[in-house]
Design a protein around this ligand. Structure first.
Ligand SMILES: NC(=O)C1=CN([C@@H]2O[C@H](COP(=O)(O)OP(=O)(O)OC[C@H]3O[C@@H](n4cnc5c(N)ncnc54)[C@H](O)[C@@H]3O)[C@@H](O)[C@H]2O)C=CC1
Ligand SMILES: CC(=O)[C@H](N)C(=O)O
Length: 442
């Protein structure tokens, strides 16, 4: 039921105008500006609570969604007008519980503090990583624990951790689809920074669209709300998959047409836009990097299109050959995990004033399966690669950028990669070589 108000509709807060102090100084906190529809719903709860106390939730929803009837529109306009004359913080407590609002968006409580928590060496952040048992999370936890201390970094996931992960530092079960559980985790552990890694990647997402939609979109909404409510600094990774066939592909700049054709890509564009919206709207300290395909030695990829570039090393060392599921000439941007994790920490530690954007491309190298195989051959002369193309993955790869323009990240916060293709291949083969020598010795 869109009610429009020129005063509020055109008054998009700029980051410079935040945070806002409540003029009434209730609890001494700052508050998020409330959308007009939220104001009017709150007013309905407050001003008319007595009158509507005997209607049930269905009645309320019908009033709300089918308010074409003039008396209802008039009533809402009146209460909205009244609210607009009142304090902008909406700091009074609704007379009705929020759940009474049924399908309405979850409201950010009036006592939320929208400042991102500051961090100094003496006072390290308390970190939560969601979806931390995938390809990247365990490495991120170990990297952050070196910087902030073991007990300040909590890994979470819905899966059971392997023993060495469980023993390496704090781990808790946390399902991002369970808002209450997520909130409890943040509150009980005094979390100040959240790295949101839970997701279904591109190939598995296409195989299970409804689960991908739930985890990647509904889950993100939960994370955004908890982060805004508790003033967290929030990192959400995006991907080369957030671009599509109509984006410039060689290279893809930060700002261009984004029309991905996978549920994964659509959910990541959604995350980029929602994070940026929460930043402008509520002052949420949202930071996002678009990762290339990430290549790691000691963790397995979770069902993406770039997985071949991880699996090839394991197969090359173990069997001397590899069957690739992409065509030999498929060029994609890639990055070694150490560069990825360092970039993630660097952007999280970057001074706010150095960030001209909320979402940055980061890049390191770009290669095809044939070029990668050539580089492997330099170390394993008997290595053989064959191709058995997976049409779903190939179609996805063909719609993604071949190269990434990350000049803004380099300019704004000094991004610089360490690993190019030769260093990547040497590092990966050394790791798998020593692993297999250890296995043989045992
Ligand atoms: N690995 C890569 O090449 C790239 C990864 N990214 C992004 O980085 C993040 C981490 O990626 P990976 O570690 O590779 O992903 P992954 O697929 O290996 O791991 C994702 C994790 O999320 C967990 N998860 C699923 N549903 C959940 C739920 N309801 N609640 C909590 N956790 C849940 C899974 O159990 C899994 O451990 C993802 O957001 C991904 O989109 C972006 C670009 C490249
Ligand atoms: C590049 C990614 O986001 C991921 N590795 C995938 O291939 O889905």
């Amino acid at each position: 039921m869109p009610l429009s108000c020129p005063d509020t509709d055109n008054a998009m807060p700029s980051p410079a105008s935040r945070p806002r102090r409540c003029p009434r100084r209730c609890a001494g906190n700052s508050h998020a500006p409330l959308a007009l529809h939220e104001l009017s719903k709150r007013s309905l709860c407050r001003g008319f609570s007595d009158e509507i106390s005997d209607i049930n939730q269905e009645d309320f929803e019908i009033v709300w969604v089918s308010a074409a009837s003039m008396p209802v529109v008039r009533m809402l306009r009146e209460v909205a007008g009244r609210m607009l004359q009142g304090p902008a913080c909406g700091c009074r407590t609704p007379a009705l519980p929020c759940r009474f609002l049924g399908t309405s968006p979850r409201q950010i409580p009036a006592d939320a503090n929208f400042h991102s928590t500051s961090f100094s060496e003496a006072d390290p952040p308390r970190v939560l990583i969601t979806g931390g048992l995938g390809q990247l999370g365990v490495g991120l936890a170990s990297f952050l624990r070196k910087r902030f201390g073991k007990d300040n970094v909590i890994l979470s996931d819905i899966r059971k951790p392997p023993e060495h992960v469980f023993l390496s530092g704090p781990f808790i079960y946390s399902d991002i689809l369970d808002y209450k559980n997520l909130r409890e985790t943040v509150v009980n552990n005094r979390v100040t920074w959240l790295f949101h890694y839970s997701a279904l990647l591109s190939a598995v997402g296409e195989a299970n669209v409804s689960l991908a939609r739930a985890v990647n979109i509904t889950g993100l909404h939960n994370v955004l709300d908890v982060a805004a409510e508790h003033g967290l600094r929030l990192f959400v990774p995006s991907t080369i998959g957030a671009f599509g066939p109509t984006s410039p592909r060689n290279p893809a700049p930060d700002l261009c047409i984004q029309r991905p054709r996978t549920i994964y890509g659509v959910s990541k564009v959604h995350a980029e836009l929602m994070g940026e919206y929460y930043y402008y709207r509520y002052g949420l300290d949202f930071r996002c990097l678009r990762y290339p395909g990430i290549i790691s030695a000691d963790s397995q990829p979770g069902g993406g299109t770039t997985d071949y570039a991880v699996q090839i090393f394991h197969s090359a060392v173990k069997n001397g050959r590899f069957e690739c599921n992409l065509e030999p000439g498929t060029r994609l941007p890639m990055m070694y995990i150490d560069d990825c994790l360092r970039a993630t920490l660097e952007v999280m530690e970057a001074p706010a004033e150095s960030l001209s954007m909320r979402t940055y491309n980061i890049n390191a190298m770009s290669f095809t399966p044939a070029e990668l195989a050539q580089e492997v051959l330099k170390h394993i002369p008997e290595f053989q690669i064959t191709y058995n193309v997976d049409s779903v993955r190939q179609a996805i790869a063909d719609s993604w950028p071949m190269n990434f323009d990350d000049s803004n990240a380099r300019k704004d916060w000094g991004w610089k990669h360490d690993f190019d293709l030769p260093e990547l291949v040497t590092t990966m083969l050394n790791f798998h070589g020593s692993e297999s020598r250890i296995a043989q010795a045992n």
